[in-house]
Design a binder for this molecule. Sequence first.
Ligand code: CA
Length: 650
Amino acid sequence: MILSTLMCFLATAAAEPSAIHVNQVGYATQGPKLAVVLVAADSASLLDEAGTVVWRGPLGVPRFWDAAGDTARLFDFSAFRTPGIWRILAGGEASFPVRIAERPWDEVLKGMVKGFWYNRASYAIQGSEAGAWTRTAGHPDTAVRVHTSAVGPVRTKASRIRSPGGWYDAGDYGKYLPSAAISTWSLLHLYRSASSFFDTLAVGVPAHAEVASDLLDEALWSLRWMLTMQDPDDGGVYHKLTTLNFPGDAVLPAADRSDRYVVQKSTAATLELAATAAKASRILKGRLPGLSDSCLAAARSAWAWARLHPRVLHIEDSLKENYLPVVNSGPYDDTDVSDEFDWAAAELLLATGNDTFATAVALPQRVAVGDYANWLGWADTRSLGLLSLSLEGAESPKATNLACAADSMLVATARDLRSGRTTNPYHLPKAGFWWSANTAYANNGFLCWNAWRITGDTAFRSAAVDMLDYLLGRNATGYSFVTGFGSRTPLHPHHRISNGDGVTAPVPGLVVAGPNPGREDDCDGYPSLLPAKSYLDDACSYATNEPAINQSAALILLAGELSQEAAAPASGIAAAASPVAGALLFSLRGTQLSVRGLAPERLEAFSVDGRLVAAASRINALALPGRGLFLVRALEPGSGRVRLARVAVP
Ligand SMILES: [Ca+2]
């Protein structure tokens, strides 16, 4: 109680901005450490708490960035590796506290996972874990109406269905399948990536009997709700569950008693459930076998519905024209479901090993290279399948070829995103700003982390840390974008619970949308109209200051991978599943690759970004150029069949 009182006290006024932008949460002892200095100076110092200079270093060349209207100098203090709390001093200006620690991001990671718990629907936030933010349960969702867009022969207008649980989506109390799916998938994927780390990471929520891991438990809270959104009579899945209109801006969950509706089954929502449930079925197999089976059955019936209804699109405007009563909640329109088909097929292939799904994955040659905004998102889901194939595909013989292709595409996209990073004064790879651009920055960091996992190239890892630094304060606004974590954080998010709960500090652990020059909310008071500074810490600003589950999930993925790695350092290549993925056909000794029982017509090795690095014709051996990860392609004589393998030379 003392702690929460203190937090409330501290949070009543925003800290004055500093002219030195740092990651306000922390830097890893052995990792890269960069600050952005906006004052004219040649060098900067690190000071201890008594004000004594402990380290000094030069500043980089001044660079003007038109998106921020700033001339900025980078201060690289990576060589300073002493854990503790320090400040940077340059040109007479001091930074916020700079924390250096072996595991600097565990607390913000836990806070963001707990942020999901705070946003649970049909659930009372209480007990010592709740801190100041206790509230009674709202939205039991035990008698949800079926909207006219969703009625069928069994579930009619008079039906009432049960669909409790799940998370509130953002500042409102709607529950939307597209954003819930990508968010749930993200928590599941992170757990799959580092389950032993997350089995012991306690995030400060009440203990649960079902599974030991708080992260997995939180994912299951949403997954169980998602399963209720499937019509058991045909396998189709409703797009959303909401009231007809948004409640007032400070109405708490328990006071929002308007009727709630499930709205239209859509192909997108149905495939999103198929994909997420298929992923869950694999993770839960040895832990909760009954739920695992239910998930796989739900995924299969959802897939079957989507094949019968391949283009039932949820388009808010057309719903408004054709069905009454009019629904005015979040649209979550998706006009292209080819990516959802690919994602679901990839997850079902990994869950079943069934050839039907292998042939259904129609991967493009490259994934959204250059399309910085849309390589991943709630409506752009193809890369979720790639990420699953890359992480898990080597364990499934039927998925090996696709896993190799997924690695290659992920690395190519990461390489494209990373380009230009070192010339940007904030070290941003391809900076841009739009609604929820913070999600894109987190996604890009996660992509770069995966490229590091696949290739072992530390430049990718540094790019991932750059994105984390950006989101936690090393940006042109000088805010850490996670409520409650940092020296200067959002105090007035567009979030009904935070607005209405009478607690001065907002609910902690929420990730806001970030700078957006579109400023669609038309709020007064934006401190700057420059793109990188178009951010307003005001509850009015739904265009820059609204939290959302998919924003949190994206940053949890990035912070989670970096945190688990800090707890158990691993080199990227050593982390790859096995030296030769798949194919009994190939073997490796040193850098010498052999093909058993076959003299291929042609044998080729590619680096993971697609460059041909070695080739041979009509012999069964190939010398690889050295350490690294390679995609090997063997063309069978006669049949013309292509065999692929992913080979890591340690
Ligand atoms: Ca889509």
